[in-house]
Structures are given as structure tokens and as C-alpha cells.
Design a protein around this ligand. Structure first.
Ligand code: ACO
Length: 322
């Protein structure tokens, strides 16, 4: 028997307001054709009044708890990945804790931008396996719309808002049983300026806007993701053909295609939701995961690979059995 963090529930939410490419093209100099051809994105959801990273995270967490059949008070650890917290502090995780009635346990935010959910799941898995908690909520939640420069067409068409959550439970399972099998994380601060926000509490005293050199990010993303996929599969002792589903960060259809091709994974094994919600940063992996669980594609006993890359750069991947 081996101690593992087992996935027992998923949930996700998108803000009420859906914005199509055509609607966006009324406000900035772009077109549905350009956006679809370059990115695969067709819609994004934008948080309205009263919707924040915290409210979206709470709704996703409640769904995941219901799916797992777990009460909020039985959650001992909340790790919330976000680059767009409600406030600089307290951590948005503590708002979720209060809302679900898990007060007194551990709750903190993780800042690794688009790969935040991979960092969060790895940290939660380590803490569960060392006995610091029995059950964890791992959340990716963002309101990217609040840090976009809505006059910069090279970035504002690419991002959206949303939240996804999973419940993990520490269990003793057989070697071929369920749970997180391996995680690999990386960062390289040399490329911080290729994808960043031009403000912050300690530098400008402002929130700032997202800035990105898209073509350079694209090139690094494909190389880094293919490398970390090879690394995590090796650590898990499995081959690409053993993988049932790849659940990638949903940034851009062309990054998904190029990474799958480079790694020799058939596109039909890749869960794609980027067309429906654009790049939701840390929320995108759990949004895609929950979608494929709820529509019945992901079934118990399957091998999943989650992967993401984002600002920092940061990137990572995780192999788990459902
Ligand atoms: N609508 C219309 N035209 C546009 C738009 C737009 N929204 N944005 C840029 N253009 C124009 C440019 O001004 C340029 O015009 P020019 O040739 O007259 O100068 C032309 O389109 C081509 O611009 P490029 O930047 O060369 O376009 P490219 O093919 O590289 O596509 C894109 C841009 C989609 C951003 C691409 O580089 C990309 O996907 N990069 C990855 C970035 C990403 O997804 N990051 C997410 C975060 S990191 C991650 O999650 C992995």
C-alpha cells in the first residue's frame, strides 16, 4: 500500500456574462476570424458586478465538495492558485475557508500564474502525504479581465475569467490504485518580462496591466511543456500510449496542438475547452478537468496528465489516476 492524494470531486464555474469574439470586435480592432485562426478562442466569460475571484472560487469549491460528498468542515487544507486575488491580503483561500465553514485549518494562496494549479496540486499532495491534513481543496480561480488593458488587442482577446476546484483525500491505496502519482515543477525567472503585469503593490502601488510578448511565449511554451511531460511520465513510470487524457492549460489551440504533436499524443486524447472560456490562467486546468469529468469522458481508473506553463516563467505537470 502507498499513501496517495486521491481525487474525489471536481467543480467549476464561469461568470454569467459570455462575450463572443464578435462582441469584442465592436470594441477593439479585431475580428472573429483572426482570433479563431490564431488561438481557437470563440468565447470568454467576464466577471460582472459582485463577481470576484473569491466568489467564483467559493462557487467552484462548493460544487467540488458536493461532487465529493464532503462537508466543508472536513477540509483541513485549502490551496488557491490565483494571479488576481480579491485583495493583496488576506489570501483569497481564507475567504473560501470562511464560506465553506472550514475555519481553523490551513488556507493560503499560490502565485504561479497560469501554472498555479499545477503548483497548488503538488503542494497540497505533499502536505496530504506528510499528514498535515486529511482532505484538501485545491482551487484555481481568476478574474483576468480586471488586469487586462482593454485597448491592447494583442492581449485582451486572449483571456477570460473563471474558477475550478478539486477535492483531494489522503488514502492508502495499491501501487496501481488511484491518486497523484508524480508531479514536476519548474521556474525560470530569466524570462519574467515576456509575460508579466506592469504594476504591483510594492513597485508602483497599482495593480497594473498584463503585458505579453506572444510569439516568444509561444516558442518557450511548446518546448517547456514537451520537456516536462517527458519528465513527469518518466517519474510515473508510464509511456505516452498509457495516458488516457491530457488535461492541459487552455491558453491557445495552437500551443495545445504543437505540444501534443511534439510529444506524440493523439489530439483526441487532449481535453480542449479554450474555445469556450479563453485563457483563464490558473483556473483553466481545473475548468477543463471538471468539464471532462461531468461530460463522462474521464472515468474512474484512468490515467491523466495535467500540464501548464505561465508567467515567470513557471511550468509543471502532474500524473494522476482517477
Ligand atoms: N486582432 C487582429 N489583429 C491582431 C490582433 C488581434 N486581436 N492582435 C495582434 N494582431 C496583429 C498584429 O498587430 C500583427 O499585425 P502586423 O503584422 O500588421 O504587425 C499581426 O496581427 C500578427 O501579430 P503576431 O503577434 O505576429 O501574431 P501571432 O501569429 O504571433 O499570434 C498570439 C499572436 C495569438 C498572441 C500568439 O503569439 C500566441 O498564441 N502566443 C502565445 C501566447 C499565449 O497564449 N500566452 C498565454 C499565456 S502563457 C501560456 O499560457 C502558455
Amino acid at each position: 500500500m502507498i499513501r496517495r492524494s486521491v481525487l474525489i470531486g471536481t467543480g467549476s464555474v464561469l461568470p454569467k456574462r459570455k462575450v463572443s469574439n464578435a462582441e469584442l470586435a465592436e470594441k477593439v480592432d479585431t475580428s472573429d476570424e483572426w482570433i479563431v485562426e490564431r488561438t481557437g478562442i470563440r468565447n470568454r466569460h467576464i466577471a460582472g458586478e459582485g463577481e470576484t475571484t473569491g466568489t467564483l472560487a467559493i462557487a467552484a469549491a462548493q460544487q467540488a465538495l458536493a461532487a465529493a460528498g464532503v462537508d466543508g468542515k472536513d477540509i483541513g487544507l485549502i490551496v488557491l492558485a490565483t494571479a488576481t486575488p480579491d485583495q493583496t491580503f488576506p489570501a483569497t483561500a481564507t475567504k473560501v475557508q470562511q464560506a465553506i465553514g472550514a475555519n481553523g485549518g490551513i488556507a493560503f494562496d499560490v502565485a504561479a500564474v497560469c501554472s498555479g494549479f499545477l503548483y497548488a496540486i503538488s503542494v497540497a499532495d505533499s502536505m496530504l502525504r506528510t499528514g498535515m491534513a486529511q482532505r484538501a481543496l485545491v482551487i484555481g480561480a481568476e478574474t483576468m479581465s480586471r488586469i487586462l488593458d482593454w485597448e491592447d488587442r494583442t492581449t485582451c482577446v486572449l483571456f477570460g475569467d473563471g474558477a475550478g476546484a478539486v477535492v483531494l483525500e489522503a488514502r492508502d491505496v495499491a501501487e496501481d490504485g488511484p491518486g497523484v502519482i508524480a508531479s514536476k515543477l519548474h521556474a525560470d525567472g530569466a524570462h519574467g518580462d515576456l509575460l508579466c503585469v506592469d504594476g504591483g503593490p510594492s513597485s508602483t502601488g497599482t495593480v497594473g496591466h498584463l503585458r505579453m510578448k506572444g510569439q516568444e511565449v509561444f516558442r518557450h511554451a511548446v518546448v517547456n511543456l514537451a520537456n516536462v511531460l517527458a519528465e513527469v511520465l518518466d517519474a510515473a513510470g508510464i509511456e505516452p500510449k498509457d495516458v488516457d487524457w491530457v488535461v492541459p492549460h487552455q491558453a491557445n489551440q495552437r500551443i495545445l496542438d504543437a505540444t501534443a504533436r511534439k510529444f506524440g499524443l493523439p489530439p483526441e486524447k487532449v481535453v480542449v475547452t479554450v474555445d469556450q472560456h479563453a485563457n483563464t490562467s490558473a483556473a483553466s486546468v481545473p475548468l477543463a478537468l471538471d468539464t471532462a469529468v461531468r461530460d463522462g469522458r474521464i472515468k474512474p481508473g484512468q490515467l491523466l496528465v495535467l500540464e501548464a506553463m505561465g508567467g515567470g516563467f513557471t511550468w509543471g505537470a502532474c500524473v494522476l489516476r482517477t
